[in-house]
Design a binder for this molecule. Structure first.
Ligand code: IDP
Ligand code: MG
Length: 157
């Protein structure tokens, strides 16, 4: 059965610095996903370590921690059917050389050290990662369609 999921997505510092915020956001919105939380921030030491805890001890870990803190990121919560896998599909493989053409990483990145975007790899990871970056009061899951908005407006007085 299909169900709606939410996932954590970040435009990494290279993506922000290169002016790719709009392009990346556009791809998720055009897919039909809802962006239910969004902010730009500098990742703290604590957030970086929590986010990438699974990679601690790997050779690239110290550089990964430096990279994610090297400039502001744009963090977001993205919601939709099968959104965890779907977002990763739009992002492409970790290594841009292996990512399929048309994905964000294939289209905009050359090396995996600077691969523009992050997306959670499971529903459990998503819930863990969302908590690192957002309070529940920062997430706006309710959205109204235009007819609801107009009806509400007309009914207001
Ligand atoms: P993912 O971002 O596609 O989920 P992960 O394996 O979770 O990939 O790795 C997290 C991030 O760490 C990657 O997006 C990439 O920036 C970096 N990374 C992963 N593997 C390597 C590596 O072998 N060398 C350098 N950087 C790596
Ligand atoms: Mg990962």
């Amino acid at each position: 059965m299909r169900s709606e999921e939410r996932t954590f997505v970040a435009i990494k510092p290279d993506g922000v610095q290169r002016g790719l915020i709009g392009e990346v956001l556009k791809r998720f919105e055009l897919k039909g996903y809802k962006v239910t939380a969004l902010k730009m921030l500098t990742v703290s030491d604590q957030q970086a370590r929590a986010h990438y805890a699974e990679h601690e001890g790997k050779p690239f870990y110290p550089r990964l921690i430096r990279y994610i803190q090297s400039g502001p990121i744009v963090a977001m919560v993205v919601e939709g059917y099968n959104a965890v896998a779907g977002v990763r599909h739009l992002m492409g493989s970790t290594d841009p050389d292996k990512a399929e053409v048309g994905t964000i990483r294939a289209d905009f990145a050359q090396v995996m050290e600077y691969n523009v975007v992050h997306g959670s790899d499971s529903v459990e990871s998503a819930e863990r990662e969302i908590k690192i970056y957002f309070g529940e009061d920062e997430i706006f899951a309710e959205r109204k369609c235009m007819s609801e908005l107009v009806t509400e407006y007309l009914d207001a007085d």
